[in-house]
Ligand binder design. Sequence first.
Ligand code: ADP
Ligand code: MG
Length: 326
Amino acid sequence: ESTVQRIAAGEVVERPASVVKELVENSLDAGASRIKVTVETGGKDGIRVSDDGRGIPEADLPRAVEEHATSKIRDIDDLEAGVGSLGFRGEALSTIGAVSRLTVRSRPQGGTTGAELTVEGGNVGEIQPAGCPEGTTVEVADLFFNTPARKKFLKRDSTEFDHINTVVSQYALANPDVAVTLSHNDRELFGTEGSGSLRSAVLSVYGREVAESMIEIEYSAGEDEPVDSITGLISHPETTRSTRAYLATFVNERYVTASALRGAVVDGYGGQLAVDRYPFAVLFVEVPPTAVDVNVHPRKTEVRFDHEDRVMELIGEAVERTLVDS
Ligand code: ADP
Ligand code: MG
């Protein structure tokens, strides 16, 4: 593959968790109702994501693994709004294929046969017939086999797996209507039901104790505020025993991280937490699309609000009110 491709790969694929994120997003984009993520040795030796989504017709397989302008953006307004389809670059599979041995196996919904295509270090193979159920399975083996410098930067298996676990957990929580399972070295970490219930998804991901201690948050901000609504689940201060904060925050359905968001949630507890105890929270913040820039960087999960201080104040207030009312 070309140097350009390798450099581009670094933008999309930083570590096994970045691969997992792209593959899970593709499965969600394909309308999957079940997504199975299986990884070996922290994702270094193997990553497999299977779904029951719409699948890829055999004739479209080469295009799927080649650099392309994604079909998922209809117009520039989609980009501006940062909403709708999750993928927006059309480069994930091609860049993953440039730095690994990638196999895409798929059978379209209603199709009678399946087919697969393998890419090794950017070299696209021949399409082969494949027996497989409806949907798509993407396998990534030997990540970074041809980019030793990048491979050297990978951390221990357990650390790489932690990153994968975080990514898959977030998507599972954000999509309670999709059954998401995660396994590492043949051990299943969690599997959500896909029943549509957020509490049930929390139970699968974080366990019974956490799920039962969660209280619902439902907050609508006033007119002209930079936030429309804040919904989700937060842990009750009395049953909050975690020494680490577990926050999954989504802005307009997109997973985001921001230390300010974490601070705002903790502030909302206003000293009700025991010393060194941190909350669990799954929060969906809806803001007017024009008041937020989620496309700061395609790989990053940062978010920029126009009125950041006010947004944080409102999040703190929403948490505080919920706790008072509970
Ligand atoms: P993008 O998602 O931005 O279009 P990708 O490189 O991630 O680019 O994927 C390339 C294309 O391959 C997608 O546009 C889609 O048509 C197809 N594709 C990838 N993964 C799946 C999947 N799990 N199910 C169905 N189609 C898929
Ligand atoms: Mg994609």
